[in-house]
Every structure is written in structure tokens, then in C-alpha cells.
Design a protein. Structure first.
Length: 233
């Protein structure tokens, strides 16, 4: 019975840790104004929108604050081609309500996953120190291997047809078509063209891969260090 409980905690920790890695990687990119700034320069966004770089970053920081729940709305006015006007239209604002809801849900998932990780790790260490750590390391290593197979499929999908991947994500993630923006009328799609999100997804994938490989390395080291010792469960 103890062995089953230890293995169950190890599986729970591994799943929660992978969820924490995924959400944290997404947020590291999504909440990084410096990353947006570099992409704007690369994609010549200020020229496309006829807005100053300073005002564009002002809009971006306000948008990030809204997504994080630090602002009540994305109402913001800036000079555009010499005229001060509202930057986002009604459709864009409605879509960002859905985006904020999705991000807030992800933050809740990240926090729950972190609590599960800490509690299960603490129980494993306190309950049966060596057996718990060793079983945890083996489970984590297997979990990483299984997830990497799924992860590789996603990366191949992104590389093969990113537009299809991105549209599928929106069809599954949103219950309406507000995300279908028109560059002729909606500034948000000019700020964030498909090339922008391609770069975003590649960076997120790199963060996830690095974190998973680090977890796998730590697990492998622990297995090599303790596997020769007799376990008393």
C-alpha cells in the first residue's frame, strides 16, 4: 500500500510539474515587454500603424497589465498619424476579454500545480526519504520521455503548418470568432501578425524543452546516485 501511495504521489508531482513548466513558459514570453519591443522593431510595426515607438510600448504595457488582471480594461488613447484616438475598437476589446479569461485560468492552473508539486514533494521526502526521492526521479524521467513524444508532435505540426496549428488553437480555445481580426480595420492584428506568434511559440517551446531536459537531467543524476542502494519501503 505504501509503495502504491508513493508512486501515486510521484505521478501527481510529475504531471503537476509539467503543467507548471508549460504555463510558466507561456507567461514568461507573454508578459515580457522587452520581447514585444524586439519583435515590433523586427516586423516594422510602428511604421505599419503610423504610431511612435513610445506610444506603441505604452499600449503594449497597458495590454499586458490587462491580461495579468492589473487593469480593468484596454481603453487607451494615443496619437496616430497626428490624431489622438482610441487605439482598440469594440471587436478587439471583446476578444481581449476572452484572452484575459484564458490567461487568468492558466494562472490558477499554474498556482494549483505549484501547490501540488510542493505538497507531494514534501510528503515523499518526509514519508520515505530515499525510496520516495528515487521513485520520484524514475517517474519524472518517464513522464518527461512520454511528454516529449507529444511535444515533438506539436513542434512538427507548428513547423509544418503554423497557420493551421494557430487556427486550431483558437477554434478550440474560444467559443466565438472574435479572434478573426482584419488588418484593414483592427490594429491588434497588425501589432501581432502571424510572424509574431510564430516567434512566440518557438520561444515558448524552447523554454519548455529546456525545463524538461533539466528535470530529466536532475532525475537521471538522482537515479544514478541512489539506485544501487537498498530501498526499505
Amino acid at each position: 500500500m505504501k509503495l502504491i501511495m508513493i508512486k501515486s504521489l510521484a505521478v501527481l508531482f510529475s504531471i503537476a510539474f509539467i503543467v507548471f513548466i508549460i504555463v510558466s513558459s507561456i507567461q514568461m514570453v507573454a508578459f515580457s515587454p522587452n520581447y514585444y519591443e524586439r519583435q515590433y522593431k523586427k516586423l516594422n510595426v510602428t511604421e505599419e500603424l503610423q504610431v511612435s515607438h513610445q506610444d506603441l510600448m505604452k499600449v503594449t504595457n497597458h495590454l499586458i497589465d490587462y491580461i495579468e488582471g492589473k487593469a480593468d480594461n484596454i481603453d487607451i488613447q494615443v496619437p496616430i498619424d497626428g490624431e489622438v484616438e482610441e487605439f482598440f475598437n469594440a471587436r478587439e476589446k471583446a476578444h481581449m476579454i476572452d484572452v484575459q479569461d484564458l490567461f487568468q485560468l492558466s494562472i490558477v492552473a499554474r498556482n494549483i500545480a505549484l501547490v501540488i508539486c510542493l505538497l507531494s514533494l514534501l510528503l515523499l521526502i518526509l514519508w520515505k526519504r530515499l525510496p520516495g526521492v528515487l521513485i520520484l526521479a524514475k517517474t519524472a524521467l518517464w513522464s518527461v520521455a512520454v511528454f516529449l513524444i507529444f511535444f515533438a508532435g506539436i513542434v512538427i505540426w507548428i513547423a509544418a503548418d503554423f497557420r493551421w496549428f494557430w487556427n486550431t488553437f483558437h477554434w478550440l480555445g474560444f467559443s466565438n470568432d472574435l479572434w478573426m481580426l482584419d488588418p484593414a480595420t483592427d490594429r491588434m492584428i497588425v501589432m501581432f501578425p502571424l510572424e509574431f506568434f510564430w516567434s512566440v511559440n518557438i520561444r515558448i517551446a524552447a523554454y519548455i524543452l529546456f525545463s524538461l531536459l533539466l528535470l530529466a537531467l536532475v532525475s537521471f543524476i538522482m537515479i544514478k546516485k541512489y539506485s544501487h542502494q537498498k530501498l526499505d519501503i
